[in-house]
Design a protein around this ligand. Structure first.
Ligand code: AGP
Length: 634
């Protein structure tokens, strides 16, 4: 995935482009570039490496001009290099393009363009788009086309020729009064200003400039001029687009005094889960006096999802649920399975999105498929949703990004209210996903009458305590920092747990791997002796979770097994557990709650451990190597 920005107005474009790209760097950071029209010519500046390298390169000579586009890249076609960095241009340098996505038929198109004399400067799929545009524009010009806007007409023809997924943004020195944007399967937002307009892949890049936006849908084309934005469909018919008002401010997308976005986002979890329980972000209530919905009944007797428009009978009659997601969201799905099966007594299978559609899943009209995705743009998750719809299942999206592709594609949506998550490593998205899965399970249990009123009330009151309990866990990070410093240079770490502790162990291990590059494996503690125990040697760190009371004794037995092989064990225990310290080297306590809710507390020290281990090793916490925030390629 990549980040795209654009500006047209009276101000200098470059400062906005660089600032916008900074906010989008989470989307890709192996190279960056901008193209700015100075009134006569277009100057392209691009370079391999982080955006800071580009900024350094041009700091004493910013490209002047009030029309420009920019890009931060995560390489798919062609390794990260100066020449593969975007923007790309045609042979004449008249047409410039930036792209997020993949042009699937670029190879045959490129071969034909080369036969017709086009010379390519990069190995990217994107460059074919610029050459095609040049060629098609030339043809239209020669045929004396009566189109009032040749640039737009040529872009429309290009879109008919290419296949794949994209958001594309075009500028041309022949048409310096406009920028043209097209969207298919990759996000693109237009920010509406006064006498100026903005383009970006994601809202954080423009929210400091305007809260008024158009969120483009697949198949839409935007003609962005200084004083107007027109949205058309592929046939050129005008679309009467509704303005989407962004309901969070720029501070939410800034680091706010924290050294890294990840640490900020870990610390935002109490608020994020409170907002998710409520169903809206506090401080920024829905516009124009509409009463904000509440997802929990005031007397704690029930969960209410005012936004779910399903006939309750459908949810009551479901006989199977699939939860489908990738990465951390998949781990949230594993916990979600436990919740729904335990509380609502429906069979749930959890699938990796990249596997689901290739395994011929058994789906019918009594099947519900739930898709979890922070970004709502993950390509595999989207493709799995399309497949599930094709097979006739009902779909529910659980996502954090309002208006994302997943949200638009799904029959129903429940939004987590985590606010923008910028760090590549997902933290508050995970805990808010757990909250929503728990609430969904309770909601279904109400419809299916599988839980007593007293138990429902008890669980809801414990749910309400979680924000304060997470704050408590966050208030004492020193021991975790010390462990990270002490063990951060080990090359292997094991995570163990049973039941829900195992699901949390998986997430803890992923966090450590992705940001500190330490090899980390999570095992269901009972599985150890079936092979993995052979890897346990003297001094190897083992993080053992023991918050699940129902399997506590069994977990202790497994801990003894690794201790007997001289592993160094850090235990995660609930407050009041004085037993665990007898068997481990160190204990981190988390507040006491029902064992169903303990994943929300137990994961916090694991997030912090990963964070401080990455710091100890000098890693780039927010932008780990080879990764990007949302994966929009298969
Ligand atoms: C988590 O830390 C990861 N960066 C990654 O596993 C992520 O959860 C996954 O790519 C899914 O993303 P999504 O939630 O935006 O669909």
């Amino acid at each position: 995935m990549c980040g795209i920005v654009g500006y047209i107005g009276d101000r200098q474009a470059t400062p906005f482009l660089l600032d916008g790209l900074t906010k989008l760097e989470y989307r890709g950071y192996d190279s960056a570039g901008i193209a700015v029209f100075d009134g006569k010519d277009i100057r392209i500046e691009k370079t391999v490496g982080r955006l800071s390298t580009l900024k350094e390169k041009i700091k004493n000579d910013l490209p002047p001009g009030s029309l420009g586009i920019g890009h931060t890249r995560w390489a798919t076609h062609g390794r990260p290099s100066d020449r593969n960095a975007h923007p790309h241009s045609d042979c004449s340098g008249n047409f410039i393009v930036v792209h997020n996505g993949i042009i699937e038929n670029y190879l045959p198109l490129k071969e034909k363009l080369i036969e017709r004399g086009h010379e390519f400067k990069s190995e990217t799929d994107t460059e074919v788009v610029a050459h095609l545009l040049e060629e098609i524009h030339g043809k239209l010009e020669r045929s004396k086309s009566d189109s009032p806007d040749l640039f737009l007409a040529a872009v429309r023809e290009v879109l008919k020729t290419i296949e794949g997924s994209y958001s594309l943004v075009f500028m041309s020195k022949l048409f310096p009064h406009e920028i043209i944007c097209a969207k298919q399967d990759n996000p693109l937002v237009i920010g509406l200003g006064e006498g100026e307009n903005f383009i970006a892949s994601d809202i954080p890049a423009i929210v400091s400039e305007t809260r008024k936006t158009f969120i483009l849908k697949d198949g839409e084309i935007a003609i962005v001029q200084k004083n107007s934005v027109e949205i058309q469909d592929r046939n050129g018919d005008r679309i009467d687009k509704k303005i989407f008002y962004v309901n969070w401010n720029s501070a939410a997308a800034e680091k706010g005094g924290y050294e890294h976005f990840m640490l900020k986002e870990i610390n935002e979890q109490p608020k994020a889960i409170k907002d998710t329980m409520r169903g809206f972000i506090k401080q920024i209530r829905p516009a124009r006096g509409t009463p904000a919905p509440e997802r929990i009944a005031q007397d704690d007797s029930a969960i209410i999802f005012p936004e779910l428009k399903w006939n309750p009978e459908f949810l009551d009659n479901i006989d199977k649920i699939y939860i489908i997601a990738c990465g951390t969201a998949y781990h949230a799905g594993l916990v979600g399975k436990f919740y729904i099966e335990r509380l609502a007594r429906v069979l749930v299978e959890v699938d990796l999105a990249s596997e689901f559609r290739y395994r011929d899943p058994i789906v019918d009209e009594k099947t519900l498929t739930i898709f979890i995705s922070q970004s709502g743009e993950t390509s595999d998750t989207l493709a799995a949703m399309k497949e599930s719809k094709r097979l006739g299942a009902k779909t529910l999206a659980i996502t954090n990004v309002i208006g994302s592709s997943l949200a638009r594609e799904a029959d129903q949506v429940l939004y987590t209210m985590a606010g923008p998550e910028i760090a590549v490593a997902s933290t508050k998205a995970y805990t808010t996903q757990l909250i929503l899965m728990f609430m969904l399970a309770l909601y279904m249990s109400q419809l299916r009458q599988t839980l007593s009123a007293d138990r429902t009330r008890e669980l809801i009151s414990l749910l309400r305590k979680l924000p304060a309990q997470i704050s408590e866990t966050l208030s004492d990070v020193e021991p975790i920092k010390t462990f990270a410093e002490k063990y951060g240079f080990n090359e292997d770490v094991f995570y163990l747990g049973r039941s829900l502790d195992y699901d949390v162990a998986l997430e803890g291990a992923l966090k450590l791997k992705e940001i500190s590059y330490i090899h980390a494996e999570a095992y269901a503690a009972g599985e150890l002796k079936h092979g993995t125990l052979a890897l346990i040697v003297e001094g190897i760190p083992v993080i053992a979770l023991a918050t699940q009371k129902s399997v506590y004794e069994k977990t202790i037995s497994n801990i003894k097994e690794v201790k007997a092989r001289d592993a160094v064990v850090i235990g995660i225990a609930s407050d009041g557990d004085e037993e665990l310290e007898k068997y481990v080297d160190h204990v981190i306590h988390v507040p006491e709650t029902d064992e169903l809710l303990s994943p929300l507390l137990a994961v916090v020290p694991l997030q912090l451990l990963a964070y401080y281990a990455a710091i100890t090793r000098g890693c780039d916490v927010d932008k780990p190597r080879n990764l990007a925030k949302s994966v929009t390629v298969e």
